[in-house]
Design a protein around this ligand. Sequence first.
Ligand SMILES: [Zn+2]
Length: 264
Amino acid sequence: MKYKWWVVISLVALLLMVWRSIGDSKVKVVFCDVGQGDGALIISGSFQMLIDTGGNNQRMLSCLSRHLPFWDKNIETVVLSHWDIDHSGGLPDISRYYKIEKLYSNRLPPAGDEQKFYPTIIGENDIIRYGGIDFEILSKNVDDGDSNENSLVGVLRYKDLPSGRQVKILMMGDAPMEVEQSLVWQEKLKSLSNEVDILKISHHGSDMATSEELLDEVNPKEAVISVGKNNKFGHPGKVVLKRLEERGIKIKRTDNMGDVTVTY
Ligand SMILES: [Zn+2]
């Protein structure tokens, strides 16, 4: 008899957990602590989107297990800003444990991986939409140039509940200064001026990006730097940190804070 009650209580508890995860549509964005790399997780109820997957070190998987309910093994959307290993290296492991419904990227995988992954190629003006969340690509497709130059830059928008205010997060991928120089002249980027809540700093805080022009145009409230502790590249650069500090932009770093979670 006692055993029966335990079954009933466990079932009710499980149902409550499922109901909470489906019913709670407040959006949560996590910049996962993936070490040296990028991996962001966006959650809205039972919908999940990843923007980059970290490197080949299972750290994105650990982040998913920390923030997703154990029964949810479906990731609706994965966007890879580009195929550099510190952004795409987590994909094989993630696809082993989760079903990925849609994969988007700036181009086809490098040779050797084209049999495993079939991304839909996206570029400037494409919008990935789910419910109240959208991710719009701002960067142009460049045919030549190195992979960072081709990195997708996009703005993530969603409604904060219950306030109804629209949150805007500018995801810079690994885009270098040359890309920023062309972005700052775009009407779409200009329309984000003073509107961006969080700037996901490009290229782990490298001095080759996050120009004064970009910061002055966007004027974000906060900056998130996804970067590994004591990495060999010297990221984030002192110059970038100084530019952010001078402008009073609050800095959050995954190497100091672990996962950086946004719920507003
Ligand atoms: Zn990178």
